[in-house]
Ligand binder design. Sequence first.
Ligand code: ADP
Ligand code: ADP
Ligand code: ZN
Length: 214
Amino acid sequence: MNIILLGPPGAGKGTQARRLVEGRDMIQLSTGDMLREAKSSGTEMGERVAKIMDRGELVTDEIVIGLIEEKLNDDRKGGLIFDGFPRTLAQADALAELLARHGEDLGAVIEMQVDDDALVKRIVARSVCANCGEVYNDITKPVPESGECTQCGATEFTRRGDDNEESLKQRLLEYYKKTSPLIGYYYAKNELDRIDGLADIDEVGEQIDRILDR
Ligand code: ADP
Ligand code: ADP
Ligand code: ZN
């Protein structure tokens, strides 16, 4: 089953996607991760989008649709998790078309509902394992006292350049202007499920499991 995790920055999309990769052999397609990879490997496209990402603005539809299109040719295993994509109506239309071309569809679009105050708190406390990408939080999911990643044992953790209050404001603005209309779009297509993203990490996971198992 292919699903979309929809929600503002900090809603917990990446955290839950990793859980589904582990538990259900699904494949996480995070356009944010793909763009950061392009940025750090110094490709021409990466250099072009670096400043846009640091400002908290959206990169062009053409670029992210191209990234997703490439991945659809790979093995889809237990299903695809679209994490941070689509973020505009044009991306949503493009995704429907791409899936149809591959004879696939969407099993669920899961809106992770959170409130804006919680997002700021979560984002400024986020860190990520430099080796495997496991997501941590200084308050709600701290790195173990041993200093080792629970998933891979690495000891280096990084913080994203755009995880500061100023860039987050811009990212939220982009979310409300360009991405939140997707909630109505998928509701009208009868594809939307809503869950409480403010519950703790395991409880959010259980809500998602119930949707996938129905
Ligand atoms: P978050 O974890 O805060 O939701 P992401 O890691 O998904 O953020 O994305 C980080 C940045 O990458 C975004 O602020 C944006 O600049 C860019 N980006 C990621 N996905 C998309 C997309 N689907 N469309 C446009 N820009 C995107
Ligand atoms: P997104 O991919 O939507 O931007 P992340 O999964 O990276 O969000 O989560 C943002 C931050 O919030 C991380 O530090 C993560 O550890 C933390 N977090 C995620 N889900 C929860 C939750 N249900 N309760 C508390 N903190 C959470
Ligand atoms: Zn790790």
